[in-house]
Design a protein around this ligand. Structure first.
Ligand code: NIG
Ligand code: FE
Length: 409
């Protein structure tokens, strides 16, 4: 008998491919073949080239279960020390995020806890968070630095992020977020800190292979457009892509700035203007929506969804997992919140945690179920795509595959 041509063949699948023209790229009574870590065949079962049993070393039926690409969480601050439950309490009693930040709490309090934690402690605290996302179907995870704010502490955060990827067997993409907050020791020396980020930290960390992209927090309580531009220019010199926390609390025209640099994404965007949307559309910059932060801050201003649609700006959804504005550990719930709070359709929200999230990371080898893509996929205890947004909480994952290998969740 001939060698089977594929490693593994799944039959009787409801495939949400996010490729092709049908809603969600849906293929019912589908089959998907995995070989050497890639998707080798995808289509309707009846179109398989031969009797299924002869085609792969392992052939199994998933009994009509939904199969999607592995989910991509394209914006997290998952590595940090401590927590900010106390701040949650303060906010519930009327303090705003900005007031807490200006009073020396907020990001800076997490910086103190992160600096005080050992590498092992940082890793041990981040691991269950990363596991929770994986158990919810995430196979590619972006993790930002930005709670170290000195060279050694930022390096430690980025190394912990890389280690999480290795130990869990998932893809981790790192973003350097040196311009997240002004560290207390630079209180009266802003320009010196921006200089250190641009000329000291970024080139050193990039040289060590720890940086896949460069991010900044462009906001009155963060950094100005001019300061952001400086770090983007440095990133450009180093050949690194940029992204930006933009228009979260006010409109500083950050989206247009990141678009000017051909940025991968502009993230948050509640205060985004139409000219910002147009600039993003021209540059192909993805809008990353973060409904967890909107919810936790009890924000009332909605991101301009209708304008983003009108200008065909792809919309990704992410958890923004962080201790301050979004202690959210389910990307599926983020997608559900994008439907309920932002009025995205389930299809838009699901594209937002697969194909459009991959684009927000500059990744084109994942996010759809198509021949040649990485075999990152999830078999769900669900029959139709909308269920992934509809169920609130609980576990729907049956199996997660990364690069064709089943991973333990
Ligand atoms: O995406 N806004 C800036 N950064 C984070 C919050 C970080 C924090 O509060 O610790 C965000 O919302
Ligand atoms: Fe963020």
């Amino acid at each position: 008998m001939n060698e089977p041509r594929w490693d593994r063949l799944l039959l009787n699948a409801t495939l949400a491919t996010f490729a092709g023209d049908s809603p969600c790229g849906l293929i019912e009574h589908g089959a998907i073949a995995l070989h050497h870590g890639r998707i080798a065949w995808v289509g309707r079962m009846e179109e398989l080239p031969d009797a299924p049993g002869t085609l792969a070393a392992t052939v199994e039926s998933v009994d009509g279960s939904l199969v999607t690409p592995g989910l991509v969480d394209c914006h997290t601050h998952l590595v940090f020390g401590g927590d900010r439950a106390r701040e949650f309490d303060l906010r519930l009693n009327g303090a705003s995020y900005e007031q807490i930040a200006r009073a020396g709490g907020g990001i800076v309090s997490t910086v103190n806890a992160t600096r005080a934690a050992s590498d092992e402690q940082l890793f041990a605290q981040a691991l269950p968070r990363a596991r929770a996302l994986l158990a919810d179907g995430v196979t590619t995870l972006e993790i930002k630095s930005g709670y170290g704010l000195d060279l050694e502490s930022e390096r430690r955060m980025l190394r912990v992020a890389r280690r999480l990827g290795r130990e869990l067997g998932i893809s981790v993409r790192t973003s350097f977020l040196g311009l997240h907050a002004l560290p207390p020791e630079y209180r009266d020396r802003r320009a010196d800190y921006v200089g250190l980020v641009c000329d000291g930290m970024l080139p050193a960390l990039a040289g060590e292979g720890l940086v896949d992209a460069v991010d900044a927090f462009c906001e009155h309580i963060g950094f100005s457009r001019a300061e952001t531009r400086r770090v983007f220019e440095r990133a450009q010199q180093l050949g690194l892509p940029v992204k930006l926390h933009a228009e979260q609390l006010s409109d500083l025209d950050g989206a247009a700035l990141v678009a000017e640099f051909g940025g991968l994404s502009a993230d948050h965007l509640e205060h985004l203007s139409e000219s910002g949307v147009e600039a993003m559309a021209r540059a192909g910059t993805v809008a990353v929506l973060l409904p967890g932060a909107f919810y936790a801050l009890r924000e009332t201003k909605l991101p301009p969804i209708a304008l983003l649609r009108e200008h065909h700006v792809p919309m990704a959804i992410a958890t923004d997992c962080n201790p301050g504005t979004s202690p959210l550990l389910s990307l599926r719930l983020a997608a559900g919140m994008a439907c309920t709070l932002f009025r995205l359709t389930p299809e838009e929200a699901l594209r937002g945690i697969t194909v459009d999230a991959a684009r927000a990371l500059g990744l084109y080898d994942r996010g759809t179920l198509a021949v040649g893509q990485r075999a990152d996929l999830v078999v769900w205890q669900a029959k139709q795509p909308a269920e992934l947004c509809y169920w609130i909480g609980g576990s729907l994952v049956h199996e997660v595959c990364v690069g064709g290998e089943s991973v333990t969740t």
